[in-house]
Design a protein around this ligand. Structure first.
Ligand code: S3P
Length: 443
């Protein structure tokens, strides 16, 4: 079956309310924490994408039963240290770094060997960022050149650790916190700022967690072996999926969108801060607090006078998954935009910094790069009037979706072919359907 799409025309003006699917980070955390709770948790609006389905299938291998009932997933947790580890098991995390890294934290006590594998993209990614701290708990981990496959064999002699997480990786920090839940004593983490959904969930579940923060770091203490009851949770919409529609609307003429009930945790809203500085018209309506997480509708209008911006690197972590589309705004801005210290972008599902630079150059945008810093020379009249073919990007879901948004925003005469349409199943299976609602013509 054909696995590419062709785009020939812009989307003409639209004024719509849309919903995007549930947040991927929160969905995976809900599955993993529900597996550790005692009893049946109900998770509403769980993202039904490959990454999350792989999370459900992974916990199922340890005796956790789950089923979808009406509009929620019921997950029957067996408590802390409750996984059935009586057999050697192989888990396939597919494309998901979050799943592969976080679940290792739940396996520090495994009585049998668990082998984790993943797809081609995940098999290229660094696992030392989680295997190094987890080894300090006393568990046994082997990996091939710091990447997948990783094999973990737990121990009965776990000890809490004191760890300094320097990259600003939420996956690393969360793997340590999940390991801490399964370990006697108090684990202490000093972590460079990154998304804090795990911390908020642990707090909501009344687990023994203490957090102090300053501008750059969080100081977290988690005490282990406390059982907790099953819980109900409604997963809010994903700002990373919304990002594609935020940017499309800002770049389209006479358009407006309202994206309903999106998680706007400050550790995730870098895109809003950056785009507002660039003169994009974005507002947050109907703000609420839900179980420690902030949510709102995001309203965006066509933005005429977009200007260049020098992005301070303290915003990187809160925008890390959105830079691909932020660069499209910079491409249409008046003036130069600069982004610094983006090395982590090359460690995602594909080397996104390298891929973004060749993509921008391919559509006629001038880019200068010095190591992990880039300057994008914006052109308010940017138009795409040649044929381009997007392929060989490691099936990175966000590269596929960014390429669609670029095509629908800039095309004027050319034709854009984008391969590997199935990549959207990783995080946002209804992406193309939602685009069609706004009038997109896709062949
Ligand atoms: C994620 C954390 C981020 C992000 C990824 C999801 C998470 O990676 O890029 O898509 O759910 O914890 P880091 O571990 O580098 O923060």
């Amino acid at each position: 079956m054909k696995n590419y799409i062709k785009i020939k025309n812009k989307i003409t003006s639209f004024n719509k309310k849309i919903e995007v699917s549930g947040d991927k980070s929160i969905s995976i955390r809900c599955v993993l924490l529900a597996s550790q709770a005692v009893g049946k948790s109900k998770i509403y609006n769980l993202l039904e994408s490959e990454d999350v389905i792989n999370a459900l299938k992974s916990v199922e291998k340890f005796g956790i039963k789950y089923k979808k009932i009406k509009n929620y997933h019921e997950i029957n947790g067996l408590g802390i240290n409750g996984f059935d580890n009586s057999k050697n098991v192989k888990l396939n995390a597919g494309n998901s770094g979050t799943l592969a890294r976080l679940i290792l934290g739940l396996l520090v006590k495994s009585e049998k060997t668990v082998k984790i594998i993943g797809d081609k993209s995940l098999s290229k990614r660094d696992f030392s960022r989680v295997t190094e701290p987890l080894k300090k708990f006393g568990t046994n981990i082997k990996s091939k050149k710091n990447s997948l496959p990783v094999e973990i064999l737990g121990t009965d002699f776990l000890r809490p650790i004191n760890y300094f997480e320097t990259r600003g990786s939420a996956q690393c920090k969360s793997a340590i916190m999940l390991a801490a839940l399964n370990t006697p004593g108090t684990t202490i983490i000093k972590a460079k700022k990154s998304r804090n959904h795990t911390e908020l969930l642990l707090k909501y579940l009344k687990l023994p967690i203490k957090i102090k923060s300053n501008k750059d770091f969080d100081f977290i203490e988690v005490t282990g072996l406390k059982q907790f009851n099953a819980f109900n949770y409604v997963v809010p919409g994903d700002i990373s999926s919304s990002a594609f529609f935020i940017v499309l609307t800002a770049l389209s003429k006479n358009s407006k969108i309202r994206i309903k009930n999106i998680n706007i945790n400050k550790s995730r809203t870098g895109i809003i801060t950056i785009l507002k500085k660039m003169n994009c018209k974005i507002s947050l309506k109907n703000k609420k607090i839900y179980k420690g997480e902030e949510t709102s509708d995001i309203v965006v209008e066509s933005s005429k006078n977009i200007k260049g911006f020098s992005c301070p690197s303290y915003l990187n972590s809160a925008a890390i998954d959105e830079f691909l589309v932020i660069f499209l705004i910079a491409a249409r801005a008046k003036g130069v935009s600069s982004f610094k210290n983006l090395g982590e972008l090359n460690k995602k599902e594909s080397p996104r910094l390298d891929i973004a630079i060749s993509f921008l150059e391919n559509i006629g945008v001038k880019v200068e790069r010095k190591r992990d810093n880039i300057k994008i020379f914006g052109n308010p009249n940017l138009e795409l009037n040649k044929n381009i073919h997007i392929k060989n990007y490691f099936k990175d879901h966000r590269v596929f979706m960014m390429s669609c948004i670029a095509a629908f925003s800039f095309i004027e005469g050319g034709e854009v072919i984008i391969e590997d349409k199935d990549s959207i199943n990783t995080s946002f299976p209804s992406f193309l359907k939602t685009l069609k609602k706004l009038g997109a013509k896709i062949s």
